[in-house]
Design a protein around this ligand. Structure first.
Ligand SMILES: Cc1cc2nc3c(=O)[nH]c(=O)nc-3n(C[C@H](O)[C@H](O)[C@H](O)COP(=O)(O)O)c2cc1C
Length: 291
């Protein structure tokens, strides 16, 4: 790699002018952002999680802004794979960039069942498999803490699709490098590093969490060094590209993640505050490196 890193990327054999991916759960399926003209500077859209059956998600309050970040406990709310296939994916045909579909499951089997249904659509490039979901049948810990389970999930997905897929790791338990290697052994074409960090905000007056489900996923610009370290560790351990996810608020953050080993860089919470983040971050990077 040469430094500073180039912001044009080759990823999964395709050429991208931008390293920016919109992170799952913060961009819908890209269809609304398209109508608002917010996709300039965006290389890839990653969809909200899709599960087999519709999910209402967790009861509110499920979002809380802290002084330095955001807690979310959305609970993978989505209309289910058949609704997504028949009613949402057709709206994404006009996206100016490729779409990855984020896939959730409550069992090892559900991940490949969802992908099998989505294979009927031609509109998307590939998948992001979200192994941060709780393994309901096996005590509720995230699938992603166990390399054997992640291997089985990836193997199951590779059996039902020839499209590329990334496995999105959890930072909350498990050895991320071991889990990443297991995902690659199972057929993953990339690793996303990583999902949200567990967090909580307690009202000291009442002793109660401000989030109904108590513990939530925390995102913050202050987490950037935690993500940089994990991107560096995982990208040095696996042969497939690493997609970073977490902590970006400036163009310089993206350059740092690319220099640490990321092939593409996701932007989530920043987009919720700045819908034109794609164009703004590209502009910042271009000014920094003079491309
Ligand atoms: C409101 C919200 C919803 C999210 N939903 C999902 C999801 O459905 N699937 C998933 O894999 N990650 C989900 N995430 C995690 C993001 O995709 C991303 O990994 C995380 O926010 C870190 O990036 P950031 O610091 O740029 O926000 C969600 C995050 C937020 C803030």
């Amino acid at each position: 790699m040469s430094y500073p890193p180039s912001i044009s990327r080759k990823f999964w054999g395709l050429d991208f002018d931008s390293p920016i991916m919109l992170a799952s759960g913060t961009a819908g399926f890209g269809e609304e952002l398209l109508t608002l003209d917010c996709l300039s500077g965006v290389g890839v859209v990653v969809s909200k999680a899709v599960s087999f059956k519709p999910r209402a998600g967790n009861p509110p309050p499920r979002l809380f802004e802290t002084p330095l970040g955001l807690l979310n406990s959305i609970g993978l709310a989505n209309p289910g794979v058949h609704h997504v296939l028949n009613h949402i994916l057709p709206l994404t045909e006009k996206l100016p960039c490729p779409l990855l579909i984020n896939v959730a499951g409550e069992s090892i089997q559900e991940f490949s069942d969802v992908v099998e249904v989505l294979e009927q659509s031609k509109t998307h490039l590939g998948y992001e498999i979200n192994v941060s979901c709780p393994n309901v049948a096996d005590g509720g810990a995230a699938f992603g803490v166990d390399p054997d389970v992640v291997f089985q999930i990836a193997k199951g997905v590779s059996r039902v699709t020839d499209r590329p897929f990334s496995v999105k790791l959890t930072p909350n338990g498990g050895d991320m490098v071991m889990v990443a290697k297991a995902a690659v052994d199972g057929g993953a074409s990339a690793i996303t590093v990583c999902n949200t960090f567990l967090g909580m905000f307690v009202d000291w007056r009442t002793g109660k969490s401000v989030i109904k489900r108590k513990v939530a996923g925390y995102t913050s610009p202050a987490l950037l060094p935690l993500v940089v370290a994990r991107v560096w560790q995982v990208s040095n351990a696996v042969s497939v590209p690493v997609i970073s996810s977490g902590g970006v608020s400036h163009g310089e953050d993206i350059l740092q993640l690319l220099a640490a080993g990321a092939s593409m860089v996701q932007v989530g919470t920043r987009l919720m505050r700045r819908p034109f983040a794609g164009a703004e971050l590209m502009d910042e990077m271009q000014k920094l490196i003079g491309e």
